[in-house]
Design a protein around this ligand. Sequence first.
Ligand code: ACO
Length: 278
Amino acid sequence: MSERAEEDTVSYEIENRIAWVKFNRPEKRNCMSPKLNRQMLRVLDKLEYDDTVGVLVLTGEGTAWSAGMDLKEYFRETEAQGLAGTRGAQREAYTWWKRLRWFQKPTIAMVNGWCFGGGYGPLYACDLAYAAEDAQFGLSEVNWGILPGGGATKVAFELMPFRKAMYHAMLGENLTGAQAAEEGLVNEALPADKLKARVTEVATKLLEKNPWTLKATKDAMRRVGEMTYENAEDYLIRAQEALNFFDGEARKEGMKQFLDDKTYKPGLGSYDTSKQKS
Ligand code: ACO
């Protein structure tokens, strides 16, 4: 096929407030080229503050989630342009991963197939991750003579037990989706034909919760990792007070529906956000 246009390297559709975003280079196993990286940032820009979107799911067209960085277009061709080419390409990739890490809406990686190297950046950027049991995860960098850069080493260190992460990075052997779930790379692995239903179920539950509360919660979870206990305690007080500023009614409504109306129990589910005064 002729070379895919930049705007076709990512596709998306919005259905019942869930944005299904796809790496869309199945013929190249969705590896990340500079074009794809630029287009993904445009798509994230478009969806982040779109009121018709409450949750974003990142998945892949065809047999891959993403086969990592494009060895030809991301590495070889940009390296040929000198350091400016290399740094420019890194900036484009890292920018959208960072955008995704701190995305306004909850995000879910739905790993349908191959997930290699650079793919660990967006995998970690998503708040939650679900994989097909037969998906394949690999830090294949060692197999072609580089270290797991682009944050991949950090991702393995953050998500996996140390010995497992070290083995994973040094041996360059793949894990199935089921093994990836056991080792902490994803929340859960499911038979491929059940994957979308499970992700839809989780996304739908997220849609029922207060969106400001979710954003504050996911950011807090990422931030506290680098803090001392004292700093985290203080940060969480400030973060809650900032949340009160954005949405002063959430906790009052949550308490009212439990204590006064007796219409729900917080231990068993969310308050009805549709009844909240804005
Ligand atoms: N970079 C560039 N091209 C790629 C990449 C990649 N990461 N992955 C796949 N492709 C291309 C192949 O070169 C091939 O192109 P062609 O049709 O022009 O020959 C096409 O995509 C299809 O790939 P196949 O290898 O034929 O597909 P297959 O299903 O047999 O294998 C697999 C899939 C295992 C994912 C294989 O393509 C592969 O090993 N890809 C590289 C994975 C990898 O190590 N990625 C880099 C990680 S390190 C990092 O990201 C920094």
